[in-house]
Design a protein around this ligand. Structure first.
Ligand code: SAM
Length: 241
């Protein structure tokens, strides 16, 4: 079982509470306009999860959409969610993924890169570069170091959403945080262990440079160029050098 497999059926019920899709979509619209991304552009969502972003893009009229995720259960749900849309989905680890297509946009949103360990992050970025068309753009976010360290200090958290109770325990181990996540509903409890790697912005920026990317935009929480103590995500838009 891969991480996210056991919580996949619940993911769609709670992601809206934690992830601000409205800000992501508003930001993407602005960036797509700025970089001439058209409805005919090929878009690959890496770590597409249950397909919610791809669905919004399909509703906006984008006709060449692709998604890849290593969790078989997340991608299975994406398949159901996107049944009526013409989206090609792959259940693969992106580090092993290849394609005959070259994409105009590659997305990795909502913490996907925090799941990639230090040994593999450069390989991940080089793969993105290889799959991107000459003028293509790579848009991704990361949970900031400060945010993950705040979580680690909290040690645990509980939230009730409708008839579900979500329970997290956070353990920091070196430069990673181990999240023990349980979802308890009326009938059962499911548990998942999720590891998020803590990256400093300078570290990621060096790796971007090393893999041949130029950062063309950097914002926090898909909204602001100003970093405050409340920010949880840093978001980058990159082009090939
Ligand atoms: C927090 S979820 C985000 C899902 C989706 N992007 C969203 O916005 O809802 C992270 C996803 O990244 C996927 N993932 C993590 N590492 C991956 C890898 N190496 N290759 C493909 N998918 C990966 C996980 O399986 C999970 O579905």
């Amino acid at each position: 079982m891969k991480s996210y497999d056991s919580i996949a059926v619940y993911y769609r019920k709670f992601y809206n509470v934690f992830f601000d899709r409205v800000s992501i979509i508003r930001f993407l619209k602005k960036i797509f306009y700025k970089f001439n991304i058209s409805k005919k552009s090929k878009i690959l969502d890496v770590g597409c999860g249950t397909g919610s972003l791809l669905r919004l893009l399909a509703r906006m009229g984008f006709g060449h959409l692709y998604g890849v995720d290593r969790s078989s259960r997340m991608i299975k749900i994406a398949g159901c969610v996107l049944l009526s849309d013409n989206v090609k989905l792959y259940n693969e680890d992106f580090l092993k993924f290849d394609s005959k297509h070259r994409f105009d946009v590659i997305l990795s949103t909502v913490d996907v890169l925090n799941h990639i360990d230090r040994k593999h992050l450069l390989k991940y970025l080089k793969k993105v570069k290889k799959l991107l068309s000459g003028d293509g753009i790579f848009i991704f976010d990361l949970n900031t170091q400060e945010y993950l360290e705040r979580l680690a200090k909290r040690k645990k958290a509980v939230k009730r959403i409708k008839d579900m109770l979500l329970y997290w325990k956070f353990n920091k181990a070196g430069q990673k945080i181990i999240i023990h996540f349980s979802v308890i509903d009326r009938n059962r409890t499911v548990y998942d262990k999720i590891i998020q790697y803590i990256y400093r912005e300078e570290e990621v920026e060096k790796l971007l440079e090393k893999s041949g990317f130029l950062i063309v935009e950097k914002v926090y929480d898909y909204k602001s160029s100003v970093k405050t103590s409340f920010c949880s995500k840093v978001c980058y838009v990159c082009k090939k050098i």
